[in-house]
Each structure stands twice: as C-alpha cells, then as structure tokens.
Design a protein around this ligand. Structure first.
Ligand SMILES: [Fe+2]
Length: 258
C-alpha cells in the first residue's frame, strides 16, 4: 500500500499544474491513495467549491484543510455533503460545517483519514491530542489503516503528535508551514512521519505568497494585500509505503517533488 500526500496547494495555477502532472506522477509512483491539503488553493485564503471539484478532478482522492477551512463560504454545504472526499480539522467546534475524519476504502482496506489543527500559535481549538484519542476510540475495529494530516505551526507540536500516535496511526504528516522538512522517517513503533510536506505552489515567493507584499508588511507593519506569487510552480509531497499485511506498519517515507 502506497499513499501519496501532497503539500498545501497555493493558488489556482497550482491546481492547473496538478491537473497536468498529478495523475501521471501518482501512477508512476504506484500510489493507491492521493491525499492533498487544499486550504490555500483559492488564492491563499480558503478553498472554493469550484476549486475543490477541480482538485478532485486532478486525481486527488481526499482533500484535507486547516485554519482557512471556512475561508470560502460556498464550500460549507459541500463540506457537509461530500464527507467521503473532503475533511476539515476535527478539533473545530461540532457546529462548524463538515467532518474531521472519514474512512475511505482502498484495495479492500478501510483507511481512517483524520485532519487536526495544531493549537500552538494557532486558534485555541480543542486539544488535538485528546481529539485524536477520541476518534481512534470511537472508530476502533472499523478501520485497518489510519492516517493524520496535522495542520500545525510548531515543529514541536507536530513531532509530539507523531510520538503520541506512534504505533497507533500508520501515517502522521504535518502541513501548514509550506516548507518541506528533511525529517522523513519511520518512528520507533512503525508510524511513518514527516513534520511538513511542503507546498504545491510558486517557488519564487514566501510560502507561495508574493514576496514584496510580505516584505512590506514585515518591514513597515502596515497592512498589505497578500497575493499568490508569479513564476514557476513545484509540487512537493511524500510517499508512504506500508506493509501489505497487518499491522500495516510504515516501511518507507520518501520525499517527492514534481
Ligand atoms: Fe494553514
């Protein structure tokens, strides 16, 4: 079993890029499931209904979100109606649209896919560690493999989540910071882990955003309108290879750029 996780898609051009490249890449890697964080796809601040459908058309099987999950109002109904292919962080209040986890079936195996937001330097949501435990308790016996997109700012919080779930969840990857980290590895009890997948977006910007606007804000503290950077796009992600038999421990965690 191979699962390809693609880093945060930044801007509409990045979706177009994936529409050209993703299916071919996923097939050459032998990916059985493609998960992609889409929360910045609609020009940084959210994901619109149109762009969610476009991402799925690129060959993404499951979209995960984060702190911009509700940035585009037209996605709300879609989040409620399409819980098999799009999830938002599970530690938002229950009144928010959508769900925080879903189970998809791939090659006869039930894959529990979870999305959580960090709380260090981010919104004060429910404790992601206890929410993860609660989901695993609730779903016990109803899944074969589990994965988590932990959308968080602090490397320490992401790594702590990796160890918290080591041996209980097969894959834990981080998103949100848009910079690919060099710590792909299998944790001691068999969980495939990486602190951040990176992003899919323009390489010549600051986290996908036009550098000049970010610099203006940082140098002057004046408001600046952030737009998606111009120039070449790159897709960054990680392929997790799992054992073919129970308990489906992770064997390999490999970085992919295309
Ligand atoms: Fe984010």
């Amino acid at each position: 079993m191979k699962i390809l996780a693609i880093g945060d898609v930044v801007g509409r051009r990045a979706i177009e890029y994936l529409s050209e490249k993703l299916r071919k890449t996923a097939s050459s890697l032998g990916a059985d499931l493609v998960v992609c964080n889409g929360e910045n796809a609609s020009e940084i601040h959210g994901l619109s209904l149109r762009d969610a459908e476009a991402l799925l058309d690129c060959g993404v099987d499951l979209i995960t979100l984060g702190n911009h999950a509700f940035g585009s109002r037209d996605i709300y109904g879609y989040l409620d109606d399409n819980t098999d292919c799009i999830i938002r962080p599970a530690n938002y209040p229950a009144a928010c649209p959508g769900v925080g986890y879903t189970t998809v079936e791939v090659s006869g195996l039930r894959i529990l896919c979870m999305n959580l937001s960090g709380t260090a330097f981010m919104d004060p949501l429910d404790n992601p560690f206890t929410v993860a435990d609660r989901i695993l308790d609730r779903e016990r016996g109803d899944y074969d493999i589990a994965l988590l997109d932990f959308h968080a700012e602090a490397t320490s919080e992401k790594l702590a989540m990796g160890y918290h779930l080591d041996g209980r969840v097969n894959i834990v990857f981080g998103t949100h910071t848009h910079v690919p980290t060099a710590d792909t590895r299998v944790l001691p009890k068999g969980t495939g882990y990486v602190t951040d997948l990176g992003m899919t977006g323009p390489v010549n910007g600051i986290l996908g955003t036009d550098a000049q606007a970010v610099l203006t804000k940082m140098r002057t503290h004046m408001p600046a309108r952030f737009t998606v950077a111009d120039g070449p796009i790159e897709a960054q992600g990680v392929v997790f290879t799992l054992e073919d038999t129970k308990p489906y421990r992770c064997l390999k965690v490999e970085r992919v750029t295309f």
